[in-house]
Design a protein. Structure first.
Length: 357
């Protein structure tokens, strides 16, 4: 077992705090409105949540009566960027959660308390693997729903498709992005689906093995044509099976990832950005963007219109702690509300499985 000293001391993530200020621009999507209930929201039933309305930029469109809502919205976003100084960028992020994975099914099967305190720390049981879980057939179907929805909007509303695609390196998100965007009949002149695999868009790093990614060679072997960002390590150096990233630590890395998406290399004039990620990570991104809490069901996608403003001044360095999590060493005596380890197995803070994979 190898755990770096810095991880044990809780300094596993130390990043430059952003000098970029993010705002969710409201008034465009139903998901921004407090009256919209996330638990019953179906993005495919309501045009991704795009509100039917006019925009200030409509009057400059020659035939605006015959243009679709999505065409006029795209035109408005372009106008925001044209009218903004260099330090301000508007982008529409399409944040997609992966479809149902084997770990999601196993959590349901064992119940959340027992899952958290024991089963999730194993790589799987004798019939199912949930280390870096893959999609279940139901999860694949959810990704195909997203695929069909994009295709419908391209055809019916001439919707502009993403200019940039990012995806978390975990298997379930790679598969979801592939099933969603591969094989779409994209509008003429749009960016091809050529995703970049980005470490910092991975799920919150708990001691669960579903948050432990495969090595880079493996990822490259399953999607050989996809770009992996530079600096991506062969082994997963962030997961250690002992300490877990806190929400504060996760927000620091989400901030760093967003900074790269908004002002990094090749971010200019890329106003629609797709990010295929996870429920915990999308919640973190939404916190950083100042968006209200909006939980996504597996396979769901939320668009967010974001204004990012780069502020002058020196970046400060933030360092945030990770916390150790206890778990049982044998299967717990489960109760509905809490996990109870058998008396022979006091909670320990060492990993149940080998960390190298
Ligand atoms: C927008 O209007 C169309 C009909 O013109 C309607 O079918 C659709 O549900 C409306 N969408 C929203 C998000 O209000
Ligand atoms: C392993 O977990 C899955 C839940 O994902 C369950 O359906 C299956 O029955 C379990 N296998 C054994 C041998 O307990
Ligand atoms: C990617 O998606 C296509 C369908 O568009 C599918 O045939 C293929 O098996 C998928 N690749 C992987 C590695 O999952
Ligand atoms: C990467 O992981 C795969 C299986 O997960 C393993 O077979 C392979 O040896 C590993 N490669 C390296 C370079 O560690």
């Amino acid at each position: 077992m190898k755990i770096s000293l810095s991880a044990l001391l809780g300094l596993a993530i130390s990043a430059h705090a952003s000098t970029i200020e993010y705002t969710t621009v409201t008034g465009y999507f139903l998901q921004d409105e407090t009256v919209t209930d996330p638990s019953t929201f179906d993005y495919t039933a309501v045009n991704f949540g795009l509100i039917n309305r006019t925009y200030p930029a409509d009057k400059e469109l020659k035939h605006h009566q015959s243009t679709t809502q999505w065409e006029r919205f795209y035109n408005q976003v372009q106008k925001f960027n044209e009218d903004s100084p260099k330090n301000i960028e508007y982008k529409v992020l399409f944040l997609g959660r992966h479809g149902n994975g084997w770990h999601n099914s196993a959590e349901t099967y064992y119940g959340t308390p027992a899952w958290n305190c024991y089963w999730a720390e194993l790589n799987g049981n004798s019939t199912v693997t949930w280390f870096d879980a893959a999609l279940t057939p139901a999860g694949e179907a959810q990704a195909l729903v997203a695929h069909d929805f994009w295709q419908k909007l391209i055809e019916e509303q001439k919707m502009h498709t993403p200019d940039n695609y990012f995806v978390s390196p975990l298997t379930r998100t790679l598969q979801t992005a592939n099933l969603t965007f591969n094989g779409l009949d994209l509008p003429h002149g749009s960016a091809a689906f050529a995703p970049v695999i980005k470490e910092l868009f991975r799920e919150g790093i708990s001691i669960h093995t579903c948050d432990h990614r495969h090595n880079k060679s493996y990822i490259h072997s399953i999607f050989p044509h996809w770009a992996i960002e530079s600096g991506f390590s062969e082994e997963d150096n962030l997961w250690n099976g002992v300490t877990a990233e806190t929400s504060a630590a996760q927000d620091v890395r989400s901030t760093q990832a967003l900074g790269e998406v908004f002002f990094g290399e090749s971010s200019k004039k890329k106003s629609y950005v797709s990010v295929t990620s996870h429920s915990g990570e999308i919640s973190s991104i939404l916190r950083v963007l100042g968006h209200r809490t909006f939980s996504l069901s597996t396979g769901a996608v939320i668009p967010v219109l974001v204004k990012a403003e780069k502020k002058e001044g020196k970046a400060t360095t933030t360092s945030v702690s990770w916390t150790a999590s206890a778990h049982c060493t044998v299967a717990p005596i489960t109760s509905v509300t809490a996990c109870v380890c058998p008396s022979s197995a006091a909670p320990v803070t060492t990993p149940l499985v080998a960390t190298g994979y």
